[in-house]
Design a protein around this ligand. Structure first.
Ligand code: CA
Length: 476
């Protein structure tokens, strides 16, 4: 999967056109799917990255929030980009942000009680009335696609009071409770930001189910990336995905959810609760990669997969190194340092287990002042060529040293030729490894090691990698 955006992509409305132009190039890397950023109108209009949702039905079609287009372009350009992705032979996934809304058009008087930020089970004020930005009129769109106008009773809680601007509080609507089907961080993590959507409300459910059908029919997407699911009752997405898979029984709608937690048990709980309808991003693995990049040689590479979803449940794991949230300056900043990026990508791209994602920022880099991202394009291209040609047959592991680990691919009948991956987070590494085809010559396609290695008649040789790097030895 290719994640075709990073947080600071320019807000010039060009991303959908850029994707349409690059679709074949992305496909040729070996990608089978593209994760596209949220395509609908947000509070920040033409500059919003996509997670401050105002109107799900405005894909850059109506003059709302100061702009017709979104940060990425117009509705027509979005649909054209999806088609270009599919014409190139890939699937297109839409980013689905249903937890909250932002940018209400008018205030309404709402009776609330304040909830403690630190423990969401504690009510810390008497009931009183505020003015919440809870009325969503969608005046630019009118009744097209959906007649529902949102009011205070479609939400659980608000993060702002128009009578006391600047106060950072959680105001829960009197008579509403937070869901028991969410993450228990802070006691209860139903509330994340903005106006928290009450997904149990019948009008909300009806509209969000209808929107699911509408986005699939309108944009012809092949699947979903589900945002912030630890803040949404798990039965909601179980029901939503069941509904859409039944409604579109002739299509295979893929789903991957973002449950942002390093706790494997929580992820497994979510997988069970959603009955296998969605895969999950392997956040625990991301944290292991981040930790390894910070700890240098102190990190035990032989245990890098411990506690990860890909180790426990590889078929349900979508593996990634970094994304738009973990990049520097963002809400979940946990960036994998540049020196470790090659090792991290080898660990997701060159192994059998997991469905790996390449992050736009790691492939293309960016030129943003202060938050520059380094392009690892050359290396990723090398890895992807090796992946396409050599990652077949058996995968034999050598996770037998804290600073130097590797594995060997056997190849198969259609893809003859072994491949050896070896990495070190300490000194230069050398490991005696057994390949599969007797005497043969191997070259390090990363170019780190110039001299080829020749195996003996048992297929064995000493393979090498430089300290802090990864070498990929392919049979020539
Ligand atoms: Ca919520």
């Amino acid at each position: 999967m290719f994640q075709f955006f990073e947080w600071n992509c320019p807000g010039d409305g060009s991303l959908w056109r850029q994707l349409a132009e690059k679709a074949v190039e992305i496909k040729n890397l070996g990608s089978t799917a593209v994760w596209m950023p949220p395509p609908y109108k947000c509070i920040g209009g033409g500059m919003d990255t996509g997670y401050g949702v105002y109107d799900l039905y405005d894909l850059g079609e109506f003059d709302q929030k100061g702009s017709v287009r979104t940060k990425y372009g117009t509705k027509d350009e979005y649909i054209a980009a999806v088609k270009a992705v599919q014409d190139a032979g890939m699937h297109a996934y839409v980013d689905v942000v249903l937890n909250h809304r932002m940018g209400g058009d008018e205030t309404e008087e709402v009776e609330v009680e304040e909830i403690s930020q630190d423990n969401r089970n504690i009510v810390q004020s008497p009931k009183y009335k505020i003015h919440a930005w809870s009325k969503f009129n969608f005046a630019g769109r009118g009744d097209k696609y959906s007649k529902l106008k949102w009011h205070w009773y479609h939400f659980n809680a608000f993060g702002a009071n128009a009578d006391a601007p600047g106060e950072n509080k959680i105001y829960r609507v009197v008579g509403k409770n937070f869901s028991g089907e969410v993450c228990y961080e802070y006691g209860n993590f139903d509330y994340l930001m903005g106006a928290d959507v009450d997904t149990y409300h019948p009008e909300v459910r009806e509209d969000l189910f209808a929107w699911g059908r509408w986005i699939v029919e309108t944009a012809k997407v092949d699947g979903f990336r589900l945002d912030a699911v630890k803040h949404i009752p798990h039965s909601f997405y179980r029901d939503w995905l069941t509904h859409l898979k039944e409604h579109f029984s002739d299509r295979e709608l893929f789903a991957v959810a973002e449950y942002w937690s390093g706790n494997l048990e929580e992820l497994e709980g979510y997988l069970a609760a959603t009955e296998g309808l969605t895969r999950l991003f392997d956040v625990p693995l991301h944290y292991r990669l981040h930790e390894a990049s910070k700890a240098g040689r102190e990190f035990d590479l032989s245990k890098i997969f411990d506690g990860s979803l890909v180790q426990k449940n590889p078929l349900m794991a979508v593996t990634f190194v970094d994304n738009h949230d973990s990049q520097p300056g963002q809400s979940l900043e946990s960036w994998v340092d540049d020196w470790f990026k090659p090792l991290a990508y080898a660990l997701i791209l060159l192994r059998r287990e997991g469905y790996p994602v390449i992050f736009y920022g790691d492939y293309f880099g960016n030129n943003n002042e202060g938050q520059k991202l380094t392009s690892h394009r050359k290396l990723l291209d090398d890895f992807l060529q090796a992946r396409a040609k050599y990652t077949y047959g058996d995968q034999h592991d050598y996770f037998d040293h804290p600073n130097c680990v590797g594995w060997v691919w056997s190849g198969d009948e259609e893809h003859p030729g072994s491949c050896v991956v070896l990495m070190s987070n300490g000194d230069n590494g050398t490991k005696r490894m057994k390949t599969y085809h007797g005497k043969a010559t191997f070259r390090d396609i990363t170019g780190h090691w110039i001299e080829p290695v020749t195996t003996d008649e048992n297929g064995e040789a000493d393979f090498h990698c430089p300290g802090g790097k990864v070498s990929v030895w392919c049979q020539v």
